[in-house]
Design a protein around this ligand. Structure first.
Ligand code: NAX
Length: 327
């Protein structure tokens, strides 16, 4: 049996946490031969502490053979000590009348604190996935507050947007999702995101050769970009099981590889495709040997350049707000 790895999940008593934890412990992320020491971070108040205790009782009751140990705390430094992987899910949800700027500021405090704790106590090779919104900018904040960790190790979740785009396309073309390759959602997990089918293939056929431009503009793109709101409208709660599933896909592929397939990951830009260095941006990535590479060498059309540019503007605006807060 392998040595257990330490995995942290924040916001463990929330909706996504409830859909995520049991699948991690069942071996769906790190493999069926990888035991884990699971640490849960929750807020220090009676309701959260009680709720996380209930989740831990259920985890115990599953008798997962891979769950070597289970702990919870409200102290980020204790939680991240020696951590190998962290799912940063916990964040303040956007309330009805809250502006995006207010949400950024409220959540910045959480990710400044957690970034500093990661810097102070985690394994220096920790892999971090930020799910809590605004996830791209929260990952940027945590990365800036953890200067001793390789910036590449701070990523944000755009895999849900990627998966949503896959299914919309598969339904339109009446094909299986795994016949689709080379699809990406560039940019920010927000309204400006750019689902791009220019390179996409179904089997050997290029989608661009038969694409219905009206469907792409009026149906596909808004459906993918506004899916979160449509789910809140229908379900009365935001996406949870599909978000947990995307978090599992993201980290599993990062750790175990994406089999030479493109996956969308929001990662700190290295300047690829003109995206300013450091912005945490959705790129097409290929994962191998526990690492990811941004797909290089794409010849971008004017439409693609414009799709990327609008996301740079959106993320630069957010970066400006948080740079002032981080100092
Ligand atoms: P919930 O409100 O159900 O759960 C959040 C949990 O985080 C709560 O239990 C809360 O006590 C905890 N929490 C808050 N601050 C904390 C802190 N400082 N330390 C530890 N725990 C803390 O939200 P849920 O539906 O689980 O969503 C979590 C986050 O995911 C939200 O920010 C949400 O906007 C975001 N999402 C991101 C998605 C993406 O694709 N990137 C999609 C789904 C989701 O909307």
């Amino acid at each position: 049996m392998k040595k257990p790895m330490k995995v942290v999940v924040t916001g463990a008593a929330g909706q996504i946490g409830y859909s995520l934890l049991f699948r991690i412990c069942a071996g769906e992320v790190f493999g069926k031969d990888q035991p884990i020491n699971l640490w849960l971070l929750e807020r220090n108040n009676e309701t959260s502490i009680k709720a996380v205790r209930g989740v831990m009782m259920e985890l115990d009751d599953c008798a997962f053979p891979l769950l070597a140990s289970l702990n919870s705390t409200s102290d980020p430094v204790e939680c991240f000590e020696g951590a190998d992987v962290a799912f940063l899910v916990g964040a303040r949800p956007r309330s009805k009348d809250m502006q995006r700027k207010d949400l950024i500021e409220a959540n910045a405090r959480i990710f400044i604190e957690q970034g500093k704790a990661i810097d102070q106590s985690s394994n220096k090779n920790i892999k971090v996935l930020v799910v809590g919104n605004p996830c791209n900018t929260n990952a940027y904040i945590a990365r800036r507050c953890a200067p001793s960790i390789n910036p590449r190790n701070f990523t944000a979740m755009m895999r849900l947007d990627h998966n949503r785009a896959l299914t919309q396309l598969a339904q339109k073309y009446d094909c299986a999702v795994d016949e689709i390759t080379d699809l990406v959602v560039w940019g920010n997990h927000g309204n400006t995101m750019y689902p791009d089918l220019n390179q996409t293939k179904i089997g050997e056929k290029k989608v661009a050769d038969t694409l219905d431009a009206t469907w792409y503009t009026d149906n596909f793109t808004p459906t993918v970009a506004k899916r979160g709101s449509a789910i809140i409208e229908a379900r009365g709660h935001s996406s949870a099981a599909s978000a947990a599933n995307a978090a599992i896909d993201h980290v599993r592929d990062w750790v175990l590889g994406s089999n030479d397939q493109w996956v969308t990951m929001a990662v700190p830009s290295d300047g690829s495709y003109g995206v300013p260095e450091g912005l945490v941006f959705g790129f097409p990535c290929i994962c191998k040997d526990g690492d990811y590479q941004i797909v290089q060498g794409l010849q971008l059309t004017e439409e693609q350049k414009a799709g990327i540019a609008r996301n740079i503007v959106a993320l630069e605006e957010e970066r400006k707000i948080v740079d002032e807060l981080i100092g």
